[in-house]
Write a protein that binds this ligand. Sequence first.
Ligand SMILES: Nc1ncnc2c1ncn2[C@@H]1O[C@H](COP(=O)(O)OP(=O)(O)OP(=O)(O)O)[C@@H](O)[C@H]1O
Length: 621
Amino acid sequence: MLPFYYEKPNEFLPKEELDRSEKPKGFGLGGAPGRAPERVKRPDQIVATLKRIWNYLTAYRGRLIAVLIMIVIATGLSLLGPFMIGHMIDHYIMDAKDGLMAMLLLTAIVYGGQALSTWLQNIWMIQVSQQTVYKMRTDLFAQFHRLPISFFTKRQQGDLMSRASNDIENISASMNSSFIQICSSTLTLVGIVVVMLSLSPILTLLTFMVIPLMFLGMKWISSRTSRLFRMQQKSLGSLNGFVEETLSGQKIIKAFAQEQEVIEGFTQRNEKIRLSSYWAQAISGFIPKLMNGLNSLSFAMIVGVGALLTIWTDAVTVGIIIIFAEYSRQFTRPLNDLANQWNTLLSAIAGAERVFQILDEPLEVQDEKDAKQLKSVVGDVSFEKVDFQYEQGQSIIHQASFEVKAGEMVAFVGPTGAGKTTLISLLSRFYEPTSGIIRIDGRNIADYTRESLRAQMAFVLQDPFLFEGSIMDNIRYGRLEATDDEVYEAARLANAHSFIMRLKDGYHTELKLGGGGISQGQKQLIAIARALIADPAILILDEATSSIDTVTEIKIQEALERLMHGRTSFVIAHRLNTITQADKIIVLEKGKISQIGSHEQLSKQEGLYRKLVLGQQMLEA
Ligand SMILES: Nc1ncnc2c1ncn2[C@@H]1O[C@H](COP(=O)(O)OP(=O)(O)OP(=O)(O)O)[C@@H](O)[C@H]1O
């Protein structure tokens, strides 16, 4: 009499956690905001983050060196171009020397070479940055799967998604532009200063006069924009979290008629993003304008003073004025670029910080080095004085002791929050007991790897999770190497075959994420088939509370009886009439086992079980 659901092991969470992860928190009445990116406060933090990004980059050292060489060539050629034009004006036009065509050709080659080397540096840098973020993305995804379940219960999925997508994208974009820009701008600046000083110290000084103004302007702007960019990313994380919550909780939102609240909640968050993005972009967009203004000022001064110097002295020629005019343009551009890149870099550093935060999270407690593989399990289970607490000082399970023989069915009964789910989570080592020992076939499960332990179990949870993919793939998820015939056989035993065959594409029917497209009862049957194909020694079943039509319920009960046959089964019971045939009923009250016995024994004893049975009988009467 047990309508249960199959679930894959690592989906098995205490219901409190499922509640937290699956339901929209507050239905738009203010779901917890996404985790704020840590502020990049101090230069040493910036340097530390840059170093970590650099560590990733060094894997592509060869390509980076090639990029650097191209940057040097492109910068050298960009400095040479104006010089050649000035030289041409002074000597081949003013002095009418022969060879103007050759000089023109040479100049064209210089500019062509500059374009080619710039293109190459860009292409190679894109390769490096894409490979780097590919590695980061892989590390982050692998890390998600190494983190303990408790990590996910404390965080919004949307915020985590935002780190894996937006933040990584930010790093990639910034790496593409920042690395090249910073190197080439610095080189250009140094080169220009050297050439300028050698041509005319007076005009060089004039060009430099605008630098303090640029510096002050940039400092003023970037102090504001960096704060705004951080705010923008934080708001985006929060918005993503909110969208994810509200989309996954659509049914509940509609059921509670909370649509308007959800839209208002979204609008508030959206407004925050709009404001921070507007101001961040408006203020940072002012940088080029400021630079252009100062650039024009410096240009006017060079031409004016240069013209006077040409008239009064021989030290400056028309060619030199043109070289300076061009260099002054080239001089402010790298400054401008450096300022812009600083903003991009700050935004990427904030993103990288958020990614590294996850990579630095403590992992699920690792298996002991000498942990063994748990194999050939018969199915005897014992708990010996097991204690557990989620938070220090809050005892959830207290001195739990019981024994189960292989093939027995055990039901856990007790009020909500008594610790039934938690107790079962300890058997699969999603959490470790604070003290006490859990044994399978007399072997302490702490001595075995978690993977080999969980491979001995199948989980059938209240809400079965089906993946996007065909029904065949979803059933085969229980044992990937199962043949098609084994899948059909499992589906037959699970009473799923006939409904699957009625679907247009049969076993190849594609399910949407979460099993959309088929009924709740059908999802359960597929989940049971999946558990059957896994063929575990131990079954963990979380009884469904949702109502299913009588015909389907009978099919599910039949399928479950077949599934439980010959396996040790732990059932978290919500309805007493479904567990009367259990070999053992364990009654939990506030984390303590208060009674153990069969239905017949416990019904006769004074205690919670008897009260629950009487309560249920009164309800049914
Ligand atoms: N991840 C967690 N962190 C902190 N406390 C938790 C966590 N999960 C559960 N709890 C707490 O542990 C206690 C036992 O929860 P548990 O889910 O095991 O109870 P349960 O008997 O299965 O309840 P229900 O019948 O409602 O499913 C509850 O007080 C719950 O609030």
